[in-house]
Design a protein around this ligand. Structure first.
Ligand code: ZN
Length: 226
């Protein structure tokens, strides 16, 4: 009897196992069938669509630099416009010069500002160049304007030989404003803060008269002597 029951159980187990394996195989076949199903592909327009590349850090920096440059140019034009609209060649207020951006007028002179090699302000005829922050220094403005007054008295060539060349070639560390060609720029320009060596102003005025009342050759001679 036991043998019979065991045999029945074995047969039953065998049948169950076969059934399960058929199920697994059937499922596998379904998967395989699904995998080989042809996929219907609809025709598409093959023109490449524009692709936006993500902005890189380099792009952002370039844009920032370009924006800053544009803003800078706009600022320069705006300040230039301010100077042009407020320009008055016969202005006598040093504050107007100090507040200008690039240029201004001062008592008949065209005054411009900048930073150049020799770091010195200067004046020649109707032109005055103020270096760096000199435009804020009223005494320098007045001194340079005093050179224009010398120019008006002497004329072009006498001014070149008797004032301009000596002024450019003599740059003592001390007593700069007491020199013959400098001291009368202070006197005529109305400078009050520079201290001059005793007798320097009188000597300067004599020098100015000597140049003014003589031939230009005297100016050349003085230029060579000094
Ligand atoms: Zn000078």
């Amino acid at each position: 009897m036991l043998m019979l029951l065991a045999a029945i159980a074995i047969v039953a187990l065998f049948i169950c196992a076969q059934s399960a394996s058929f199920t697994v195989l059937a499922a596998a076949d379904d998967v395989a069938a699904a995998e080989v199903q042809p996929i219907a592909v609809e025709p598409v327009d093959c023109a490449p669509s524009p692709v936006e590349e993500p902005a890189t850090e380099e792009d952002s920096e370039e844009e920032a630099v370009a924006e800053a440059a544009a803003a800078g140019q706009a600022g320069v034009l705006s300040r230039l416009s301010e100077d042009l609209s407020g320009f008055n060649l016969n202005n006598t207020d040093p504050l107007v010069v100090a507040l200008a951006n690039f240029f201004a007028g001062y008592d008949g002179q065209f005054v411009f500002f900048g930073n150049w090699g020799n770091r010195r302000s200067g004046s020649f005829g109707r032109l005055m160049g103020l270096y760096g922050n000199d435009k804020y220094n009223t005494e320098i403005l007045k001194h340079e304007h005093g050179h224009y007054e010398q120019y008006k008295q002497l004329g072009f060539w006498k001014y070149v030989f008797a004032i301009a060349i000596p002024s450019l070639t003599h740059d003592p560390a001390t007593d700069y404003y007491s020199q013959l060609w400098e001291v009368t720029a202070d006197v005529l320009g109305g400078v009050t803060s520079h201290r001059h060596t005793i007798g320097a102003e009188e000597a300067g005025l004599q020098y100015l008269d000597l140049i003014k009342n003589n031939n230009v050759l005297v100016s050349v001679l003085c230029c060579l002597i000094f």
